[in-house]
Design a protein around this ligand. Sequence first.
Ligand code: NAD
Ligand code: UD1
Length: 350
Amino acid sequence: MRQWPRRRRINCILVTGGAGYIGSHICVELLEAGFQLIVLDNLSNSSQQSLKRVEVITDKELTFYQMDLTDKVAVTSVFESHSIDAVIHLAGLKAVSESCELPLKYYQNNINSTLVLLELMAQFSVNKLVFSSSATVYGEPEKMPVDETFPLAATNPYGRTKLMIEDIIRDVCQVTALNTVLLRYFNPAGAHKSGLIGEDPNGIPNNLLPYVAQVAVGKREKVSVFGDDYPTKDGTGVRDYIHVVDLAKGHLQALQAMDEDREIGQCKVFNLGTGQGYSVLDVIKGFEKASGQKVDYQLTARRSGDIAECYANVSLANEKLHWHAEKSLDEMLEDAWRWQTMNPEGYSND
Ligand code: NAD
Ligand code: UD1
C-alpha cells in the first residue's frame, strides 16, 4: 500500500456513523494517519465508549457530536464550526430482517440522512465523499467472482436503500463538483488487534461471525447453520470475509486517490473483499482453532433471501486504489476472539 505524500489537501474529515463497528476502526486508521476527525453519530446502534477507546488506542483526540444526521439544523452547525475537507458516510441502519418488517424506518433514516448530508456538502463546498455500500446491491449474482460491472438488484429494503443512495450520489456527481468513491463491502469481520474495539451487536446477532463468537464464549448454545444443500464444496453458504482493519484501510486509499486527483472518475465504485470464499463450516472450524473452544452447531433449513456463494473480484481496487486485503481468515477469527473474551458484554461494561 502506498504511503500518503507529505503534502496533502485533505486534513479534516467528517465520519458519519463513526461510533459503529466499521466506523470506529476507520477512526483509528484516520487518527493514526494524522487527520483531524469529526465524528457524528446518534448512537442508535453504538456506544460512545467505542470512540473513547479509539482515543486510547491512538493516543489522539477526536471531536464527537451525538446528533441525528436527518436533523439538518443541527448538522448545519457542524459544517459551520469546522472546515471539513472530506466525508466518510457510514451512518445508517443495516439489519436486513428488521428492514423487511419496518421498511419506512429504513427509507426514512438511510435516505433522508444522505439527502441532508449531500445538501450540506454542496452548500459548504465539500466535494469529497466516500460512501459505505454493500455487496448486497448485486442481489443474486449469476457467476463468481462478482465484479463492479455486474447487474444491480436488491432483494430487501435495506439493500434497496443502498442502491437508491448509490443512484442519488451518481445523479449528484453528474451535475456538481462532487467526487465520490462508493465502496461495496463484502463481509466485514474481526476486530482491532488491541481487543479494545470490535463488533457489539444488540440482542441476537444476525451475522455469522458474532454469533459464532458468542457460542464460543458460552453466551449461546449452538450455531444454526442455515442450509447444507447449497452447490458449494461442503453444502454450506460461502462468503468473502474481510478483516475490518483491511476494510478501514481501503477508505484511506480511497481518500488518497481523491486527494491526488488520480484518474479514478468522479463517481467510482470499488469492491472491498479478499477475493476468497469461505464456507460456514470453514468459519466454525477456524473459530474452534482460534479460540481453543468447541463451537457446537446444528444444520437447519436455508435462511430466506440467502444465496449460495458470494465473493469479490477485487482487481479494480488493487489497481486503482493501490489497496489489497492483507489479513487472513485465521487473523480475523483470532482478533474476533480476543475482542469477545476481553469484552464478553461488549461496551456495556464500561
Ligand atoms: P453500525 O450499526 O455498527 O454503524 C452504523 C452507525 O450509524 C451506528 O453507530 C449508528 O448509531 C449510526 N447511525 C445510524 N443512523 C444514524 C443517523 N440517522 N444519524 C447518525 N448516526 C446514525 O454498522 P457497521 O457494521 O459499522 O456499518 C457501517 C456502514 O457500513 C453502514 O452503512 C452499513 O450499512 C454498511 N455496511 C456494513 C456491512 C456489515 O456487514 N457490517 C456490510 C456492508 C455495508
Ligand atoms: C447478510 C445480509 C446482507 C448484508 C450482510 C452484511 C441477509 C440475507 N443478508 O449477508 O444483506 O450486507 O449480512 O451485513 O441477511 N449463517 C448461518 N448461521 C447464522 C448466520 C449466518 O449459517 O446464524 C450463514 C448464512 O447463511 C451465510 C453466511 O453464514 O451463508 C454469512 O451470513 P451473514 O453473516 O448473515 O452474511 P450474509 O448472508 O452474507
